[in-house]
Design a protein around this ligand. Structure first.
Ligand code: KIV
Ligand code: ZN
Length: 398
């Protein structure tokens, strides 16, 4: 039995781009869109057409250059927003209008200042209008996870009846816990049979305020969601969105649990992360899963020894799987003799046990004083006799 496909909906250029330090010019957005196409995402949310002329221009430019992924524009549940999204998308090979409207009482009362029944009317009218303009319409009840459940179900039912082809239930403020988020998907699907009958796709959209965005997205997939919304390097509002690279790697490495497929080319994960890092003002933190600088780096002696014996001891996927060139055995004060010998051999020096012992003491003394040990530092520690065996110019290194 072939496994089901999960749609990767990338919102780096919309939810990601609207966060501090991440704004991009049209040209930069286009560069990123090409990288996302090469990565194999199914949908690119290219912007929010009504938000600015720049966003409109970026969406229109991307629709003309990118042909494989579907291109989406965000729109509030307003006639002018939906029409603007449609205009920005007019040259797309395949387009999507993504309409959102708050469903929590908090947002309805304080942000939109409208009542529940007015919001239901707006939902139906705007999805119907979007469907007249585009055959692919996504509807998001914003703040779904903090909405009264019966009311959320009512709003989703109206959106489905009005023709929404995807229903996205966002954890807008990153409040949900995985079991709870998954349960919301099960309940909505069970209470609205039309979702299954019409083949409406359920989608997750998670923010990382409690560090649970990826766990919540995976819980949604286990509960039947077949679209995940995510961003490269997890950029996005506040603590960010669910990180695309983490979801894609988890679905692959733990395929035994999730049993779904995607079109993501895993070996493009790191290169795509690099493209984004070069366009915005920050890179992922070194300990970021999958694409961080330390994701495949080992410094402690015990770990380095294990890695040299068998990489499976301390790595659950090869760096090459996600497009990283190699594992990095970092030499520092926690490193042991095995890693030191390995590095010396890579540099062309083979040493006896006694020589290694001698160099190791000098190495540990240096590592206690210095955070980074470079190859030149190591070579500098070698006695002349060893250096000359490789023909190093002894005097120059002194
Ligand atoms: O987080 C959110 O609720 C959103 C919606 C606009 C989908 O980004
Ligand atoms: Zn969001």
């Amino acid at each position: 039995m072939s496994s089901e496909h999960v749609v990767f909906f990338d919102t780096t250029l919309r939810d990601g781009e609207q966060s501090p330090g991440c704004s991009m010019t049209t040209q930069e957005k286009l560069t990123m869109a090409h990288a996302l196409e090469d990565l194999g995402v199914d949908v690119i949310e290219a912007g929010f057409a009504m938000a600015s002329e720049g966003d409109f221009a970026a969406i229109a430019t991307i629709t003309q250059a990118i042909r494989k992924p579907r291109i989406a524009s965000l729109a509030r549940a307003k006639k002018e927003d939906i029409e603007m999204a449609s205009r920005a998308l007019q040259f797309a090979e395949r387009a999507r209008i993504h309409v959102f409207l708050a469903s929590s009482d908090l947002h309805l009362e304080y942000k939109l200042k409208i009542g529940r029944s007015e919001a239901l009317d707006l939902c139906g009218e705007s999805v119907r209008l979007a469907r007249k303009l585009c055959d692919d319409v996504e509807f998001s009840p914003e703040d779904a996870t903090r909405s009264d459940r019966d009311y959320l179900v009512e709003m989703v039912r109206i959106a489905v009846e009005a023709g929404a082809t995807t229903i996205n239930m966002p954890d807008t403020v990153g409040y949900s816990a995985p079991e709870e988020y998954g349960q919301m998907f099960r309940e909505v699907r069970e209470r609205i049979p039309a979702i299954g009958e019409k083949g409406v796709v359920l989608s997750s959209h998670c923010h990382d305020d409690l560090g649970l965005a990826v766990a919540n997205s995976l819980a949604a997939i286990q509960a039947g969601a077949r679209q995940v919304e995510c961003t490269i390097n997890g950029i996005g509002e506040r603590a960010g969105n669910a990180a695309l690279e983490e979801i894609a790697a988890a679905l692959y490495v733990r395929g035994d649990r999730y049993g779904v497929e995607s079109t993501i080319k895993l070996d493009q994960l790191y290169p795509t992360s690099e493209v984004l890092g070069n366009l915005i003002t920050f890179r992922p933190s070194p300990n970021k899963a999958v694409v961080g600088a330390n994701a495949f780096a080992h410094e402690s002696g015990i770990h380095q020894h294990g890695m040299l014996a068998n990489p499976l001891c301390y790595e659950i996927m090869t760096p090459q799987l996600v497009g990283v060139a190699r594992t990095n055995l970092v030499l520092g004060k926690h490193s042991g003799r095995a890693a030191l010998r390995h590095r010396l051999e890579q540099l062309g020096f083979s040493v006896s046990r006694e020589e290694l012992q001698h160099v190791y003491y000098r190495f540990v003394a240096l590592a206690d004083r210095k955070k980074n040990i470079y190859d030149q530092d190591l070579i500098g520690l070698l006695p002349d006799a060893i250096r000359m065996r490789r023909g190093e110019p002894v005097a120059e290194l002194e």
